[in-house]
Design a protein around this ligand. Sequence first.
Ligand SMILES: NC(=O)c1ccc[n+]([C@@H]2O[C@H](COP(=O)([O-])OP(=O)(O)OC[C@H]3O[C@@H](n4cnc5c(N)ncnc54)[C@H](O)[C@@H]3O)[C@@H](O)[C@H]2O)c1
Ligand SMILES: CC(=O)N[C@H]1[C@@H](OP(=O)(O)OP(=O)(O)OC[C@H]2O[C@@H](n3ccc(=O)[nH]c3=O)[C@H](O)[C@@H]2O)O[C@H](CO)[C@H](O)[C@@H]1O
Length: 346
Amino acid sequence: MSTEYVLVTGGAGYIGTHAVVELLQAGYNVVVVDNLVNASMESIGRVEEITGKKVPSHQVDLLDKEAVKKIFQQYKISLVMHFAGLKAVGESVQLPLLYYHTNVGGTVNLLEVMKEFSVKNIIFSSSATVYGAPQYLPVDEKHPTGSCTNAYGKTKFFIEEIIRDVCAADKEWNAVILRYFNPVGAHKSGKIGENPQGVPNNLMPFVAQVAVGRRECLTVFGSDYDTPDGTGVRDYIHIVDLAQGHVAAMKKIQEKCGCVVYNLGTGVGYSVLDMVKAFQKATGKEIPYKIAPRREGDIATVYADPKTAEQELGWKTTRSLEEMCEDLWRWQSNNPHGYAPAPSSS
Ligand SMILES: NC(=O)c1ccc[n+]([C@@H]2O[C@H](COP(=O)([O-])OP(=O)(O)OC[C@H]3O[C@@H](n4cnc5c(N)ncnc54)[C@H](O)[C@@H]3O)[C@@H](O)[C@H]2O)c1
Ligand SMILES: CC(=O)N[C@H]1[C@@H](OP(=O)(O)OP(=O)(O)OC[C@H]2O[C@@H](n3ccc(=O)[nH]c3=O)[C@H](O)[C@@H]2O)O[C@H](CO)[C@H](O)[C@@H]1O
C-alpha cells in the first residue's frame, strides 16, 4: 500500500511547524503546503534538523485550487490539518474582504478538493476569539459563539459553521475544531518559534523583542480593567502543549468522531504584568514598560475550561509559565531576527 500522509496547510508558520514536529515524532508522514505570505521554508529546514526527517513541502496558495488538487494527486492524503490563513486582527478590520477571501475562500477550496478526493477528515485551527466577550468564566465549549467584533474572528466563526454543515450533510466526514487560547513559547531546541513580520501585535513576541534589544519599551494596553492588577488577563498556553493537542486530535478522528470542538488552553489566567514579571524572572532581562490606554476591541479577562479536551482527548497541558518564558527566550536570543539574517547596517 502507498504511504499515507497528513497534509498540513500553513505548515511553515508558527503553530504549523510545532505541530509538524510533534506529528513526525508520533510517527505520522507529513506533507506541508504554505504560500509563504507569513513564513519562509527556512522554518521547515529547522523542523528537519530537529526531527532528522525529510518534510516534503510545496509553495501552494489555497486560493489556487488547481495547485491544491495537484497535491492530492501526488500524495495519498488521509487527513488535513488546516492552519493556513491570515491572523492579524487590526489588519482584518482594515481589509475585511482580504480576510474573508483568504480564510473563508481558501477553506472552501480546500474542503471542495478534499471532497473530490474523498478525504473526509479535518482538524481546524479556530480561536477563543469566537466566544467574543465572555458571558461567564471559565469559557467552556458550550459558551455562545459568533459575537466577535473583527473580521478575523468572524472568519473563524464562519469556517466553524461551514465545517459543521459539511459534516451534517455527509456522515463520513470527521472534524476536530480546536479553539486555541494564547499560544506562546517555542520548541525546546530554540530552532523554531514565532517570527512576526513588522511590529508584533501579540504581547509575548513584543516582550521578547524588547528583551533582545529590537524594541525599546513595551506598551501595556490599559491598567484600569476589573482584574487583580488592572491589566488584561489571558490563558497563555505553551506552543508544544498546543501542538501535542493536535496529535491527540488525530487519535480522536481515527475513532470517527463526527464534528467535535475542543478548547486548547490551561484553564489559568495571567495578567500582562504577571507575564512581564515571569519573563523577567525566567530570563534575567529587564523589560521596561509604559502604561497606555486600552486597545480597541480588547476584553478584560478570558480563560478556558479545558476539561472536555482532558476527558475526551486525554490531553492536558504540562508546561509551566516559566517554561513558556525560558523557551521563548531561547528561540529569540538564538534568532534575534527570526529566520531572517540580521539586516545590514548600511
Ligand atoms: N497564533 C495564535 O495566537 C493563534 C490563535 C488562535 C488561532 N490561530 C490560528 O492558527 C493558525 C496558525 O496560526 P499561526 O500563529 O501559526 O500563524 P502563521 O501566520 O505563523 O501561520 C499561518 C501560515 O499560513 C500561511 N498562509 C496564509 N495564507 C495562506 C494561503 N492562502 N494559502 C496557503 N498558506 C497560507 C502563512 O504563510 C503562514 O505560514 C491560523 O489559522 C490562525 O488563525 C492562531
Ligand atoms: C484584539 C486582538 O488582537 N485579539 C487577538 C489576540 O488576542 P489577545 O488580545 O488575547 O492576545 P495579545 O497577545 O494581543 O494580548 C494579550 C494581552 O496583552 C495586552 N498587550 C498586548 C500587546 C502589547 O503590546 N501590549 C499589551 O498590553 C493586551 O491588551 C491583552 O490584554 O491574539 C489572540 C491569539 O493569540 C487572538 O488571535 C485574538 O483574536
